[in-house]
Design a protein around this ligand. Structure first.
Ligand code: MG
Length: 341
């Protein structure tokens, strides 16, 4: 029997250009974990774990989880369903740790075959939509600077969920005619959301993401009924099993690999959402081009893309998918198509 794949793990210290602030806080320094799965010929598959506190993870939990999953590495990357099932049975939750391994498996399988991951999934990279670029919560002066810096991006996603949301929107709208989408990151009550809907309309906002607390599904229903623009669930939708109870209460879901734990689960989510006529968005964490590129390989299947995590960084160590001018461009190399900068 061939030897199991070998795993190497390294913590990455990432820094955003500006402190990245959303409704529940933020910072400039982010630690993610670079995972490499290595076969007997020395071919490497890469993945990245970007842990989020709200989903119960930290760099430390990722490192501990990877140690547990490392006991169950296959010899063959070509059994991803079985391998991923075993990891989840070994240790549930820990989605960012599991997706790092999932991405590495797919990267390795693509490299062994000599084709990009999007081809493994049968996708046309020309169908990838444009990505938004996020403007985090900030002072009026810094917002102006950020809008200028985002000149190359045609669609902006504005973080709200503060007591000065209208001022933020007005400041940005005074500077640009671009399409604006809004993400309140659970920051509003139903009452606040209903008060904000006409403000969003006044400033021409086209999408509203996660206005309410993750568990307030009835509230989401109320907001959706009152809204003229699509309401998208992010924090309320982690895995495919969350989708049925969102049907009829939102217009779409935001899939993030760091929430769902697997490229294959992301595809299951897309299929299930489509079956319920929901819009599909793919989003990201603050993470390097490794995790961004893994998600980018699925973008030909979705309506809305928000994959600016690496573009917000001052020190991305890797090259992969890009969002130059907003357009998602997938690398043509085998696997995920990643390289070191
Ligand atoms: Mg969001």
């Amino acid at each position: 029997m061939p030897a199991p794949l070998r795993m190497e793990v390294e913590v990455l210290n990432l820094r955003t250009r500006h402190p990245f602030i959303i409704a529940r806080g933020g910072q400039s320094d982010y630690r993610t974990v670079w995972v490499r799965l290595i076969d007997g010929d020395g071919v490497e598959g890469w993945g990245e774990a970007a842990p989020a506190r709200i989903y119960g993870e930290s760099t430390e939990t990722v490192l501990a989880a990877l140690q547990a999953y490392g006991e169950h590495l296959p010899a063959d990357p070509w059994q991803p369903e079985e391998t991923e099932r075993q990891w989840e049975q070994t240790l549930a939750l820990n989605p960012s740790a599991r997706v790092a391994l999932s991405a590495a498996l797919h990267d390795l399988a693509g490299k062994q075959l000599g084709i990009p991951v999007y081809r493994l999934f049968g996708l046309d990279p020309a169908r990838a939509p444009r990505s938004t670029f996020t403007i985090g919560i900030d002072t009026v002066e810094k917002l102006r600077l950020k809008v200028r810096e985002a000149e190359a991006y045609p669609i902006l996603k504005i973080k709200l969920g503060t007591d000065r949301d209208e001022e933020i929107l007005r400041t940005i709208r005074e500077l640009t005619d671009k399409e604006l989408r809004v993400d309140a990151n659970t920051g509003w009550t139903v009452k606040q959301a209903l008060r904000m809907l006409p403000v969003l309309e006044e400033y021409g906002v086209t999408v509203l993401e996660q206005p309410l607390a993750a568990t307030d599904l009835d509230g989401l229903d109320v907001v959706r009924q009152a809204a003229d623009i699509p309401v998208i669930a992010d924090e309320s939708c982690l895995v495919a099993a969350d989708i049925p109870r969102l049907v009829g209460r939102v217009d779409g879901i935001n899939i993030k690999l760091a929430k769902c734990g697997s490229l294959r689960e992301a595809i299951r989510m897309i299929a299930l959402a489509r079956a319920h006529h929901l819009m599909v968005m793919v989003g990201c964490m603050i993470e390097s081009s490794i995790a961004i590129t893994a998600a980018a390989h699925l973008t030909p299947l979705v309506d809305i893309v928000d994959l600016d995590g690496a573009a917000l960084l001052a020190n991305d160590p890797f090259r992969g998918a890009t969002i130059d001018g907003g357009q998602v461009r997938l690398p043509e190399g085998p696997g995920l198509g990643l390289s070191r900068r």
